[in-house]
Design a protein around this ligand. Structure first.
Ligand code: NDP
Ligand code: OXD
Length: 313
């Protein structure tokens, strides 16, 4: 029986790791010849159309990342469980990113970078402390909750917003449409860590930004999006930065990736751009996680972190 690796990234690091973690299996690769009937599992990211067809004995699809929007629109998606990545390596990377960028905005680090370039000595502002700043995390799942705990340790006042009501020790969690406005009204730094679904597409728009807290300690609301680029309306982000509805933004994800060279986001003085690498799927940790899921399943246990196709995440 074999595991098919169908990635749009460089294949070799994945094949090597899967061979190490599943030494008793054939690890086969798209584009090479292999027995389609022997394939029981596929590990994939952004599969090319047609590449998942004609696998009669397929039992599960593994997304190589936490998000599954790369699969949801796929034509003829096989009707087998889809297991997504939810493991510590990826989660910790995301929380590191969130702590880094929240502290960067708190301490106005971009200004000091500019001052260093200009050899300008301007110790003229006592920044607020974390306890003065309210962070709101849209998408209070695996990643949102871990970031929340770490940001809280730094002293930030953190709340979450999710689709369904939930109780998470130590945090106020708002939910659904009726919870959205009160959640935004108390938020100085808005973090987006939601999946891309029909409900969340374009949600980060002017009408939402206008509901963020005014008069907060940072001089205006700040957006950090590491969920998906299509959550955001980039023309609204730019116009809201220009008219003061937003103070600054950190963006890891974009409507079009790679971010086109002519995007004004690259050069906007109050936008920090990173190349969709806030929480990269590291091959060793990801292959280990998927191998563990396969062994669990073959031992008669259920897969963990199975995607609900109706919800879309
Ligand atoms: P989870 O499924 O654990 O959490 C998703 C959260 O979003 C849940 O709290 C869910 O609500 C909430 N949510 C979903 N739809 C809505 C909605 N319509 N309204 C309000 N809340 C909603 O996912 P993860 O935390 O593991 O990952 C989140 C996303 O982060 C991924 O889908 C991916 O897009 C992105 N990501 C980005 C990476 C990067 O490098 N930039 C790396 C990894 C992930 P509920 O709890 O009620 O279900
Ligand atoms: C993911 C990603 O979803 O890397 O894991 O974007």
């Amino acid at each position: 029986m074999s595991l098919l690796v169908a990635v749009t990234w460089e294949t070799q690091p994945w094949v090597e790791r899967f061979r190490r973690h599943l030494p008793d299996r054939d690890i086969v690769v798209l584009g090479e010849s292999f027995d389609k009937a022997a394939v029981r599992y596929v590990a994939t990211w952004g599969p090319k159309p047609g590449s998942l067809s004609g696998l009669p004995n397929l039992e599960a699809l593994f997304s190589l990342g936490a998000g599954v929007d790369h699969l949801m629109g796929y034509p003829d998606l096989p009707d087998v469980p889809i297991v997504r990545v939810a493991q510590d390596d990826l989660t910790h990377r995301m929380s590191e990113y969130m702590v880094l960028h929240c502290l960067m905005h708190l301490r106005d680090q971009r200004r000091f970078d500019e001052d260093q370039t200009a050899k300008r000595w301007r110790p003229d502002r006592a920044p607020p402390i974390a306890g003065d700043v309210r962070i709101g995390i849209m998408g209070f799942g695996v990643l949102g909750q871990d970031s929340a705990r770490k940001l809280k340790t730094m002293g930030f006042d953190v709340a979450g917003w999710s689709r369904t009501p939930k109780s998470v020790d130590g945090f106020q969690v708002f939910a659904g449409e009726e919870g959205l406005t009160p959640f935004l009204n108390r938020t100085d730094i808005l973090i987006a860590l939601m999946p891309l679904t029909p409900d969340t597409k374009g949600i980060l728009n002017r009408s939402l930004f206008e509901r963020l807290a005014r008069g907060g300690a940072l001089g205006g609301p700040i957006l950090i999006n590491a969920g998906r680029g299509k959550l955001q309306v980039e023309s609204d982000i730019l116009s809201c930065l220009d008219d003061g509805i937003l103070q600054a933004a950190t963006l890891d994800v974009f409507e079009t990736e790679p971010l086109p060279k002519d995007s004004p986001l690259w050069t906007h003085p109050r936008v920090t751009v990173t190349p969709h690498n806030s929480a990269t799927s590291e091959p060793e940790a990801t292959a280990r996680y998927i191998s563990q899921q396969i062994r669990r399943y073959e031992a008669g246990e259920a897969f963990e972190n199975v995607v609900d196709r109706v919800r879309g995440y």
